[in-house]
Design a protein around this ligand. Structure first.
Ligand SMILES: Cc1cc2nc3c(=O)[nH]c(=O)nc-3n(C[C@H](O)[C@H](O)[C@H](O)COP(=O)(O)OP(=O)(O)OC[C@H]3O[C@@H](n4cnc5c(N)ncnc54)[C@H](O)[C@@H]3O)c2cc1C
Ligand code: FES
Length: 404
């Protein structure tokens, strides 16, 4: 018994009988929950809360179809601060749209120091007119809108053991978030590695953060260099690189043997660059790329074309509960679940993180060939990642629901 507790009992009791009564009363008054401060648990909850509740503090129009949203903690929902992260990590945003419960991952375009010292995150989002979430977001996200997300996750960050100290961030479209956070992190922390950004866009008007990148390029003493590569700009007021980022442009960034390449952009960019890296003799372990979340599966050569437009019965089991839903062959099982308001844990939506891991009880499926990250045990026991699995017959899966 600690000194403080001993004194508390003794002050209230003169005899042994008193002490027994006081003790019994103290025990009765305690709740059944353990009521002590656990610093390890407290830190884990601060760094990795299941949900982070924020509000939009500001919105910046970076280009006609790219916006940066600043998110600050929503105290009213219990989030006291935004967790810090490694530059290059993403959060998964949750939304309810017309009965669908969906998630979408977004790289944090602000820096870890912005989170630690200024208490905000930023996400930089490109509108996809044919998409589902972003057109809705354009209409609905205003200053003050409440946003629910996961804590940061993902592996596309610089690691001193794994990566060289010269990184080349090759980014296109919305992938600019990765270049911005890496550059900002290096500058704000004066980190002992440098970054060359090769930023591909269609025209000058499509370049986000150009002023910020130009400033780093000019003032960082070579720690951050930026080259813009414009595919549609042949005009006389553009004297920079044109076309696509290719082996020639990559080699101008310096000796490939000394570099680690970070790629973030559309799938077509990854497919094209794979050939360019081969020409340069860059080994695969020196090329790190962001997961590809959203794809049109019908464009995959391996996808059986006679399945396009087919709809199957998907039996979804969770514990003792079963429900039958309709699932299109050319949409992932995760999308089928979301359309029916069934939320399963998800982060990357590209097969990589394993959060959505589920059991395929029966049925034929198409598994996205470029998203095969399952462990041997998962393969052996028929586990799938529904975000990259497409039904090719009636099927049954066993899922876990998200934690509320
Ligand atoms: C790790 C990672 C980081 C990313 N970072 C960024 C970033 O920083 N900035 C950025 O702009 N993008 C980023 N992305 C891409 C982003 O997550 C989205 O894919 C992108 O914003 C497009 O979303 P969208 O819903 O508009 O389009 P899509 O995801 O292409 O929307 C179409 C999808 O919605 C489904 N759908 C259609 N109707 C419904 C319905 N009723 N219910 C449910 N689903 C339906 C369709 O089947 C289709 O699969 C990142 C992706 C990954 C994997
Ligand atoms: S959400 Fe990451 S593997 Fe499915």
């Amino acid at each position: 018994m600690g000194k403080e507790i001993r004194e508390r009992f003794h002050n209230k009791s003169k005899t042994m009988l008193d002490l027994k009564k006081v003790r019994a009363k103290e025990i009765e008054d305690q709740s059944s929950a353990l009521n002590y401060f656990n610093p390890t648990k407290d830190l884990a909850n601060k760094l990795h809360p299941v949900y982070v509740f924020t509000k939009i503090a500001s919105i910046v129009e970076e280009t006609p179809d790219i916006r940066t949203y600043r998110l600050v903690p929503d105290f009213s929902k219990g989030t006291k601060d935004v967790p810090t992260f490694r530059a290059g990590q993403a959060i998964s945003i949750f939304a309810e749209i017309d009965g669908s419960t969906i998630t979408r991952p977004y790289t944090l375009s602000s820096s870890p120091i912005d989170a630690l010292q200024q208490h905000y995150w930023e996400v930089t989002i490109k509108k996809d007119n044919n998409g589902f979430f972003t057109p809705w977001l354009w209409e609905n996200w205003k200053v003050g809108t409440e946003v629910k997300s996961s804590s940061p996750f993902g592996f596309l960050y610089h690691d001193y053991i794994r990566d060289t100290n010269e990184i080349v961030a090759i980014v296109g479209g919305s992938g600019v978030s990765v270049a911005r956070t890496l550059a900002r992190d290096i500058i704000q922390n004066d980190l002992p590695y440098n970054c060359t950004v090769l930023y591909g866009a269609r025209t000058q008007a499509d370049l986000a953060f150009k002023d910020e990148f130009d400033k780093y390029d000019k003032e960082s003493g070579g720690k951050v260099k930026v080259t813009y590569v414009l595919s549609d700009e042949g005009s006389k007021d553009w004297s920079g690189e044109t076309g696509f980022i290719n082996a020639d442009i990559i080699s101008k960034a310096g000796d490939p043997a000394k570099k680690t390449y970070f790629l973030c952009g559309p799938k077509a960019m990854y497919d094209f660059l794979a050939g360019e890296f081969e020409k340069l003799g860059v080994p695969k372990f020196r090329v790190r790329q962001e997961a590809v979340g959203s794809v049109d599966i019908t464009k995959y050569e391996e996808f059986p074309k006679d399945q396009i437009g087919k709809v199957y019965k998907l039996t979804v089991t969770c514990g003792n509960a079963h429900v039958d839903i309709e699932a299109k062959a050319d949409e992932s099982m995760m999308t089928a679940l979301e359309r029916n308001g069934i939320a399963i844990p998800a982060r990357c939506r590209g097969g990589e993180c394993g959060f959505c891991n589920s059991l395929l009880v029966k049925g034929d499926v198409f598994y996205r060939p470029d998203a095969e990250y399952r462990r041997i045990g998962d393969l052996r026991f028929n586990h799938i990642h529904p975000c990259v699995t497409y039904p090719l017959s009636d099927a049954e899966i066993e899922i876990q629901l998200v934690q509320e």
